[in-house]
Design a protein around this ligand. Structure first.
Ligand code: MF3
Ligand code: CO
Length: 255
């Protein structure tokens, strides 16, 4: 498929999807505390998304059974929420979800600590968030996707963390996953040029140990092979003639 360039009208729908998404993330953030189940976080996220007229696009996507991907500690992404997984003091939890609004998508992920977390866990979360913003600096028309990939990778690896290679960011629009792929490591082929109207998701997934990952038997949950902690941070970004615009945000809510 070709890379689609979005019109003003399409962008305003994606902005609304992104606003709903940011509100849902913020509500889930506030609910995180020792004792809550990953199931409860998913239900809360779904409820908020629907209450604003959004559709939780993960639900049923290629058979995924929930609205929010909830990944705890060594789980990197696509953890399946359930009543048995109860968050406890010192855990870290990644929430990744997608909202569709009138046929257009926005996708973002956050990682939070539960109660008091170790300085090492905090640092992994911070560096992962910062690595997104490092990539964002290269979201300038005329640059290539590979410029973003390289920036994210260097930021992460130079700080001693692993950058997961099996999964990548992506274009987004009428589909949750569109061209181009946005890897978190550089390749010889730098990929397509960024153009105004392109919308991409940049989503570093980083590990405290080795970058190798495995799938659990549920066929969804991606975990670190060495059991180390993992963090994820993602936003939906519009390329413009000037500065990039983060579409997955809402006024008054911190990124
Ligand atoms: N944000 C996720 C991604 O880009 C989407 C979740 S996959 C799903 O991979 F199956 F849960 F929808
Ligand atoms: Co994504």
């Amino acid at each position: 498929m070709l890379i689609t360039l979005k019109s003003k009208g399409e962008i305003s729908l994606m902005r609304e999807a992104g606003r709903i998404l940011a509100i849902a993330h913020d509500e889930m953030r506030k609910a995180i505390q020792p004792g809550i189940s990953t199931y409860d976080l998913d239900k809360l996220g779904e409820e908020v998304i629907r209450s604003y007229g959004g559709v939780p696009a993960c639900l049923g996507y290629e058979g995924y059974p929930a609205s929010v991907c909830v990944s705890v500690n060594n789980e990197v992404v696509h953890g399946i929420p359930n009543k048995k997984t109860i968050l406890k003091d010192g855990d870290i939890v990644s929430l990744d979800t997608v909202v569709a609004y009138q046929g257009y998508h926005a996708d973002s992920a956050r990682t939070y600590g539960v109660g008091e977390i170790s300085d090492e866990a905090k640092r992994l979360i911070d560096v992962t968030k910062e690595s997104f913003f490092e990539g964002l600096r290269y979201c300038v028309a005329g640059n290539r996707i590979g410029d973003i990939s390289r920036a994210v990778f260097r930021y992460v690896v130079s700080r001693g963390y692993g950058s997961v290679r099996e999964l990548a960011g992506h274009g987004i629009g009428q589909e949750m996953h569109e061209e181009p792929e946005v890897p978190n490591f550089p390749r010889l082929f730098k990929g397509p040029k960024l153009k105004p109207g392109m919308v991409i998701c940049i989503e570093p997934m980083n590990t405290a140990g080795n970058c190798a990952v495995e799938f659990l038997d549920d066929d969804w949950t991606v975990v670190t092979a060495d059991g180390s902690l993992a963090a994820h941070y993602e936003n939906t970004v519009l390329i413009t003639e000037g500065k990039p615009v983060i579409l997955s945000r809402a006024e008054g809510i911190k990124l």
